[in-house]
Design a protein. Sequence first.
Length: 139
Amino acid sequence: MSDVFLFQTVNEGDVVFENGDLRMSTGLQTVVYLSLFGGNSDDSGQDVTTFDWWGNYGETDTARQYRSETQYILRNTSPLTSADLLRVEDAAKRDLQWLIDDGEVTEIAAEASVPTVNTLRLEIQLDGVKLVFLEGING
């Protein structure tokens, strides 16, 4: 899988320009980032699609739609409690389930923590390969 290398910063996502071009990624980092933080932040990722992201309207395969429950929890829960961290971990696994369904990985693990004020650290392991995302949260 090859895609533009898109990564999470504390203040949203970013890309890297190298030699006048975008840096590319051959791993799963970008699709994982988009699965966790893509789409409309007002969309809960549940059955109701009132706030569905406009880019999903032509996509009939629900596994390829951006409906991030993870993003929604982070944008709409403040402050995060230990119970909310468990909700984030479960939501991340649901947001990434398509990777198992499509045969990209066989196992997904998620661990959420708050290492500093207003920052969530979300560690995702896909078949033992670790990806770490830092996300600014409402304080």
